[in-house]
Design a protein around this ligand. Structure first.
Ligand SMILES: O=C(O)C(=O)C[C@]1(C(=O)O)C=C[C@@H](O)C=C1
Length: 290
């Protein structure tokens, strides 16, 4: 059985890994902190770790991208996209009016993962503008904290799975600003992984660092992909953290790393004095819309 490190029971990451493996029994190692999710595979405690890297509404999860690049050297083995369906969860009786409706203006504090709170801005502004907002380590942790603190007017934004686990009420369903709210996850590990699903395509993630003060360098890098008609699906710059104004470029290409075209493009980019690091070459899976 595969041993996989993932955020706590009831987190979006937990729901997402269950989907990917299509009911295959897994030995899940739940960790409270994403840093421990990374470390579990780094230390050999788990074979794979589940890392959320991008969200439709919030964009890149920068902290996780930076960990992937700077803190560990573990290749990406699979990528999948899964819906982040967020709900308002609490001790419902604290907020019920005489007519049996929930009065969301009674909410004093809304807790969730810092990436999940901005996904629900419209709902919060409209229904609970006076509530304090507090980011915690995961949506599942937020639900657990609310469970342990009745009578304070606190609610969590999280999954139905977490509400069920902690026996709390779902006070409002699907509260994200856009219904098409998806998160891109990667599975990192040292060995390729067998996924019991049909993949859509294969992608390679590259990290490219340009030579210093070379005018047009990024243009030349992109040309190496463009004239070979290699399809890029992501281009993002992140600070190298070494000095202000120094960046690396994170590039996703729809191609396997050992293809003739991509090998040639990478050689051309290296010939421009750029550094190229392969973060992984892996199959991608998409969740059917729901
Ligand atoms: O807190 C969770 O439930 C997570 O799985 C983490 C995470 C994230 O890091 O982006 C994953 C997806 C959600 O959209 C919000 C939070």
């Amino acid at each position: 059985m595969k041993r996989i490190a993932v955020l706590p029971e009831g987190s979006v990451s937990h729901e997402a890994i269950d989907f990917l493996f299509n009911g295959e029994p897994l030995d899940l190692l739940h960790s409270k902190l994403i840093s421990d999710v990374f470390r579990a595979t780094d230390s050999g405690n788990a074979q794979y770790s589940v890392i959320p890297i991008e969200n439709t509404i919030e964009g890149s999860v920068s902290l996780h991208m930076d960990w992937l690049v700077n803190e560990v050297d573990i290749p990406m083995q699979a990528e999948w996209v899964y819906p982040s369906i967020q709900n308002v969860i609490g001790h419902g009786s604290e907020f019920k009016t005489e007519s049996g409706e929930y009065d969301f203006s009674k909410i004093t504090k809304i807790m969730s993962h810092p990436v999940a709170i901005p996904q629900c801005q419209n709902f919060i502004r409209l229904h609970s503008p006076g509530a304090d907002l507090e980011g915690v380590n995961s949506t599942a942790e937020a639900v657990e904290i609310v469970k342990k603190n009745p009578g304070k007017g606190w609610v969590a934004i999280g999954t139905k799975l977490a509400a069920q686990k902690h026996g709390l009420d779902i006070m409002a369903e699907r509260v994200t600003d856009h219904d098409n709210n998806y998160t891109r996850f990667v599975l990192i590990g040292h060995e390729p992984v067998n996924i019991p699903r049909e993949s859509d395509h294969v992608k390679t993630s590259l990290l490219v660092t340009l030579p210093e003060d070379a005018p047009g360098a990024l243009h030349q890098v992109l040309s190496a992909f463009a004239w070979r008609k290699l399809n890029l699906t992501r281009l993002e710059s992140r600070p190298t953290k070494k000095r202000l104004g120094s960046y690396y470029f994170y590039i996703d290409v729809v191609e396997t790393v050992d293809s003739v075209l991509l090998t040639a493009a990478m050689a051309e980019i290296e010939a421009l004095n750029c550094q190229v690091r392969v973060l992984g070459s892996y199959p991608c899976y998409t969740y059917p819309s729901r």
